[in-house]
Ligand binder design. Structure first.
Ligand code: G4P
Length: 520
């Protein structure tokens, strides 16, 4: 009963957006509602600017920040809220993608002056392939932005998801007056101060000073159009990730943020059953279980510890409990734990499905590992592999160090920080990563932990496409469509750009090219 009740309170989600859309500003408001911080402006610190490659301290600072703020949890109106950070900017990496495997829903922020941007699109694809429910907040209404209909259409066309506008803006920028709250048949008046004033639609006529202007009338007509178009709000479609409720507002003003948060918290799904070995594991199952979705190595050589991030999927976790690591069958007592609040780590005593815990990792865990209470183990479905974008050829500076070189690569690849490919023609070692930062970390750790200096040769951003073995004819591939094998010996081609990809497709219409985003 306790497990069931606790699980039902959990709301575990990530916020996805393109840099500068307003993620920090919005998150700060959420933390204010949760009484986690007293003043906005506390979460900042991310804008330390670009760091020089050699300036390790800066990277570490960056990583330090991303450790402590990678999960934030607080109580809000009886709910236990867990917000997972999805690092953007230079930190964008596999971790960013993997974080999305540990959440139950996602808030997508779109800058209303810009529409959908590259990073949002990438993160959206992961949500889509995993069927994660998405709630959209269109931000910066206090600025002159794009037409709301256009924005909805762009979301539908580019992301392939149905939209349902939960509210409808009246004007924008200097003419911004508020929003129609469609579900409650009321108008929320923007007065410029934080107090939001609802007026039932039926009473609007009385407020002549408000309604008798062109902007208001135009928005009213737009809203009628929307009603006539007859899109229905469909909670089941939202839960399947096929429809997204869209809220307009301004994180900075702030306007519509608290309403959004309240509605979101009520609508957002609780932890769902998860697939393991062909079965579904219920979140209120008695025994604790969870999986590791991220491992964070401490970069400071004086503290060579690592933290594994576990998403609790069932049961109750208690500090000091014994669990079985399914990959090895070994029993482990988990004594050192952390939970994460906005600016510090605290020891965590217990956790339920939906929670994220950090456990001390004496170098025994791997990304994707399942931990289960008791001996009856199972394995949560493999985390998907994400397509890297930045590729580099790697060699050891000193050929005498070949052994350490291989060992270092092997271990770092296992950690999931970076992916390894082998050139089919000449057995080159080619590394692939989602973002640039991992190369700096990789180079640093190879030197400091394995005592090998590595040379990285840029082969540019590439578009990877997997191939079916029976269709591989080595003659068809060249430098522009570099043929390599991944760790499971699957073939893939690394295309130099969109043009070379299309050229190849035109020449070889029968060869199937597989985009990882489509298959996972
Ligand atoms: P991010 O975490 O998604 O990268 O975005 P962040 O919240 O840092 O916001 C990026 C910029 O956009 C900030 O301005 C922020 O103040 C502004 N912003 C966020 N929400 C709104 C909004 O609703 N309306 C308007 N007009 N601006 C908004 P900045 O000048 O880059 O930083 P700062 O010096 O103001 O902090």
């Amino acid at each position: 009963m306790e497990i069931h009740d606790e699980m039902k309170k959990r709301r575990t989600f990530a916020i996805i957006s393109h840099p500068d859309a307003g993620k920090t500003t919005l998150t700060e408001k959420f933390l204010l509602y949760g009484n986690l911080i007293r003043n906005a402006g506390t979460v900042k610190g991310k804008k330390s600017g670009k760091f020089a490659t050699s300036d390790w301290m800066e990277i570490e600072k960056q990583r330090g920040i991303s450790v402590t703020s990678s999960v934030m949890n607080f109580e809000y109106e009886g709910y236990q809220v867990n917000i997972l950070d999805t690092p953007g900017h230079e930190d964008f990496s596999e971790d960013t993608y993997r974080t999305l495997t540990a959440v139950d829903s996602v808030i997508m922020i779109i800058d209303g002056t810009k529409g959908i941007e590259a990073q949002t699109l990438k993160l959206f694809k992961v949500c889509k392939m995993r069927g994660i429910p998405i709630f959209t907040f269109i931000n910066k209404l206090d600025r002159e932005g794009r037409d709301p209909f256009d924005l909805l259409k762009e979301i539908e066309d580019e992301l392939g998801i149905q939209t349902y506008a939960m509210n409808w803006p009246v004007g924008m920028g200097k003419r911004f007056q508020g929003v129609f709250d469609r579900r409650n048949d009321q108008f929320i008046h923007f007065t410029g101060n934080e107090q939001e004033e609802p007026i039932p639609n039926a009473e609007l006529e009385k407020h002549t000073e408000l309604v008798e202007n062109e902007t208001f009338q135009a928005a009213y007509e737009e809203m009628e159009l929307l009603e006539e178009a007859g899109e229905e709000f469909d909670m089941e479609a939202v839960q399947r990730g096929e429809q997204t409720p869209v809220f307009f507002g301004s994180a900075l003003a702030p306007f519509g943020v608290e309403t959004f948060f309240n509605e979101f918290i009520h609508m957002a799904p609780q932890p769902a059953p998860r697939k393991a070995d062909g079965d579904l594991i219920q979140p209120d199952k008695e025994e604790f279980s969870g999986f590791i979705f991220k491992i964070q190595a401490n970069m400071n050589p004086a503290h060579r510890d690592r933290v594994a991030f576990v998403r609790v999927c069932s049961g109750k976790f208690e500090r000091g409990m014994k669990v079985t690591l399914d990959r090895t069958g070994k029993e482990i007592k988990i004594a050192q734990t952390q939970q994460f609040v906005a600016s510090s780590r605290e020891t965590l005593e217990e956790a339920y499905a939906g929670d994220i815990i950090g456990i001390y990792d004496p170098n025994i865990y791997r990304i994707g590992d399942t931990l289960v209470q008791g001996k009856d183990t199972f394995h949560y479905d493999e985390l998907p592999q994400f397509p890297p974008e930045v590729f580099k050829k790697v060699t050891a500076k000193n050929v005498m160090k070949a052994k350490q070189f291989r060992k270092g690569i092997e271990q770092l690849v296992q950690e999931g920080a970076i992916q390894l490919f082998k050139g089919v023609r000449n057995d080159d070692f080619i590394l692939g990563a989602v973002g640039q930062l991992q190369y700096e970390v990789f180079q640093y750790r190879m030197k400091n932990e394995y005592n090998v200096e590595v040379l990285l040769e840029d082969i540019g951003d590439r578009i990877p496409r997997w191939l079916k073995e029976e269709q591989v004819d080595k003659k068809l591939f060249d430098e522009r469509s570099l043929l390599v094998k991944d760790r499971e010996d699957n073939y893939l081609a690394l295309f130099k750009n969109d043009f070379s990809l299309r050229w190849f497709m035109d020449k070889n219409p029968d060869i199937e090219l597989i985009d990882l985003f489509e298959v996972n």
